[in-house]
Design a protein around this ligand. Structure first.
Ligand code: ZN
Length: 177
């Protein structure tokens, strides 16, 4: 498992449309391991492969809660979604404050369908479908957006989006200088 550098806004890789995975090869398994390593280290609850510079349709999620101070670490609940596709979404909406490992330390409320059905391939190459609600529904939609080059700031008002984009563009210039 290798810790990989995160792709940060305004890196144009974040706007790429990722390619479908044709088969679960050893390279895909290694990619998944690297994604979990990088996601847990950040720490984050979800990651799309493009966020470590790999434009393929792979998403990792772990919504397990960190254990309180002084207690043994909570068991991990890693979930892998290959070629995930939303096949149904509820009319009912839900609002969550979202963040993104590619847009560090920026959080805003986003409204999305409260429940969705997602079809995907698992690590054994089998096609599966789940119904998700709550945080998992939001997290899946956020990560599936990444596979199409869409960021959560695209769901905000133009003013907010321009403000955060400018801020990160300036920071990138400063660190390049
Ligand atoms: Zn994100």
């Amino acid at each position: 498992m290798v810790l990989r550098p995160l792709v940060i806004l305004p890196d144009s890789q974040l706007r790429l449309v990722s390619k479908p995975v044709e088969a679960v090869t050893p390279a895909i398994r290694t990619l998944v391991e690297d994604m979990f390593e990088t996601m847990y280290d950040a720490p984050g609850i979800g990651l799309a492969a493009i966020q470590i510079g790999e434009p393929v349709r792979v998403v990792t999620i772990d919504l397990s809660k960190p254990a309180p101070e002084g207690e043994p670490p909570a068991p991990k609940e890693p979930q892998v979604f290959i070629n995930p596709q939303v096949t149904w979404s509820s009319e009912e909406l839900n609002v969550y404050e979202e963040g993104c490992l590619s847009i560090p330390e920026y959080y805003e409320e986003v409204e999305r369908p409260a429940r969705i059905k997602v079809r995907f391939m698992d690590l054994d190459g089998a096609t599966r479908e789940i119904e998700a609600d709550g945080l998992l529904a939001t997290c899946l939609q956020h990560e599936i957006d990444h596979l199409d080059g869409v960021l959560f700031i695209d769901h905000l008002s133009r003013l907010k989006r321009e403000r955060v984009t400018k801020k990160f563009a300036k920071a990138a210039k400063r660190s390049a200088a």
